[in-house]
Design a protein around this ligand. Structure first.
Ligand code: VGL
Length: 199
């Protein structure tokens, strides 16, 4: 698998690493906590070298349409301003990182960080051309965010060791990775990542 070599126009997109998607959370993704260490390493690298960082988060009101009580598929999760919606303490979120809240309306769902947000405009404003994407969950929010990023014209690297899947049906995560690759994403590994020297 390829490694990351950072170059002009790069940004890091951290998808939904929130307490409710980690072990002990209401929609715990198996091994969800395993993404934190590689995420942290890349957050440091991108930040140290002045590349922009974007963090998406599910930010639902109580009674959100995706919750089982409303006929949706999920247990209540990531309710705005609760511990479950917060980023885990172990994840460092730099002060200047952009935080994109999604699915904030009661009747509005969004797996993709691009749906109902200004993410595309914010990326363009920063001159971003290529995203490294990591986080949770491979078969839901990562898949949908990456697919929209590609459709919007960004180049995308998926950091394969820094994503984990819900895997409600065995193999969903693997199929999502294959689909993202088919749609044009490059599958990469978090290590060793480096800075490309520009001429
Ligand atoms: C997600 C389930 C429900 C995700 C969000 O972040 O992939 N999964 N809401």
């Amino acid at each position: 698998m390829r490694q990351i070599a950072l170059t002009r126009g790069d940004a890091l997109l951290v998808v939904d690493i929130q307490n409710d998607f980690l072990p002990g959370g209401s929609v715990a993704v198996p091994e969800g906590d395993h993404v934190i260490a590689p995420a942290d390493q890349l957050i440091r690298l991108y930040h140290e070298h002045g590349f922009p960082l974007f963090f998406t988060r599910c930010w639902h009101p109580p009674g959100h349409c995706s919750f089982q009580e409303r006929g949706g598929p999920w247990a209540p999760h990531c309710i705005a301003h609760t511990h479950g919606a917060a980023f885990p303490d172990a994840l460092q979120v730099p002060e200047d990182a952009a935080i994109i809240s999604k699915a904030t309306g009661r009747d509005e769902d969004a797996y993709s960080g691009f749906r109902g947000t200004a993410l595309a405009e914010q990326l363009r404003a920063h001159g971003v051309q290529r995203l490294a994407v990591l986080g949770l969950a491979t078969d839901f929010c990562v898949l949908n965010t990456v697919s929209d990023a590609l459709a919007t014209g960004f180049r995308v690297m998926v950091v394969q060791d820094a994503v984990r899947a819900v895997d409600a049906n065995p193999g969903d995560g693997e199929r999502a990775l294959a689909l993202m690759a088919e749609r044009g994403a490059l599958l990469v590994h978090s290590r060793p990542a480096s800075l490309l020297n520009e001429a």
